[in-house]
Design a protein around this ligand. Structure first.
Ligand code: NAP
Length: 233
């Protein structure tokens, strides 16, 4: 039974969806790690925990309390971070620290991670960071589920030109062609843009169902279940 959940990245697009789903699980108690108090929607079972990701001691402190499930939806962009090093702090180092702190304190805990399509062939700055985190999860021995979405669709208020281009122009065509011609094609759906709601739903379901030591990778049709039936979603 998963009762105690820690969420890192709950203010982001996928993270907010995770928290919205968790808010509907009254038996679970959720701690959302935040940089700025007042940044997540609080409900009866969700509390904010102000967290300094640069403070090494904070990682052990947070896991002094019970934790059955750690959900990680952290991320930034190279442009927003300002340097390769700053990007890697967020996309690689903070998740690595969270995972190793959980493994040290709660070896029976489980992890749900938002990674990226292509992380299995992780080269370059972005995919290299994702691959490093995935490798750490494997080495940790913790049961884990990894979502590897392609481009995310969301109602993001921040302007990201590539996401807008994909969402407005490429997604409608890609999804319509997939539903019409390739509803079960793993390759097609692996690269299909996917809404953050679908990612969060699939990742949470898989994380809650993990058996001890199990590893689950969610990509393609795992993140687009029943694409034909879901026409219009
Ligand atoms: N965008 C895409 O198309 C795409 C595609 C595939 C995979 N992904 C991956 O999916 C994951 C989730 O993406 P998303 O779009 O939901 O992310 P997002 O909306 O950009 O949210 C990122 C989260 O990371 C936190 N964060 C950012 N910089 C931080 C820092 N310096 N220190 C501490 N926390 C920081 C944010 O907290 P604050 O609110 O405090 O800033 C926020 O909670 C990411 O790992 C991303 O790489 C994205």
């Amino acid at each position: 039974m998963v009762r105690q959940v820690v969420v890192a990245g709950g203010t982001g697009e996928v993270g907010r969806q995770l928290l919205a789903l968790l808010a509907a699980c009254p038996d679970s108690s959720i701690r959302a790690l935040v940089r700025r108090p007042g940044s997540v929607a609080i409900s009866a079972n969700i509390t904010e925990v102000p967290f300094d990701y640069e403070d090494a001691a904070a990682y052990l402190t947070v896991f002094q309390s019970p934790c059955d499930l750690l959900l990680i939806a952290l991320g930034t962009t190279r442009a927003k971070a300002g340097s390769d090093e700053a990007f890697l702090r967020v996309d690689r180092d903070y998740p690595l620290r969270l995972i190793s702190a959980l493994a040290a304190t709660h070896p029976k805990g489980r992890v749900g991670l938002v990674s990226s399509v292509g992380a299995d062939r992780g080269k370059g700055l972005y995919l290299g960071a994702k691959a490093a985190v995935e490798a750490e999860l494997t080495a940790s021995g913790l049961a884990h589920a990894i979502a590897r979405p392609s481009f995310l669709r969301s109602e993001r208020s921040e302007f990201r030109p590539l996401e807008v281009l994909v969402d407005r122009l490429i997604s409608p065509v890609w999804l319509a062609l997939g539903r019409g011609l390739f509803p079960r094609s793993p390759g097609w759906w692996r690269w299909a843009p996917v809404h953050v709601r679908e990612v969060a739903t699939a990742l949470l379901e898989a994380s809650l169902a993990l058996e001890p030591g199990q590893r689950r990778i969610l990509e393609g049709v795992d993140l687009h279940p029943g694409p034909v039936a879901r026409w219009g979603r």
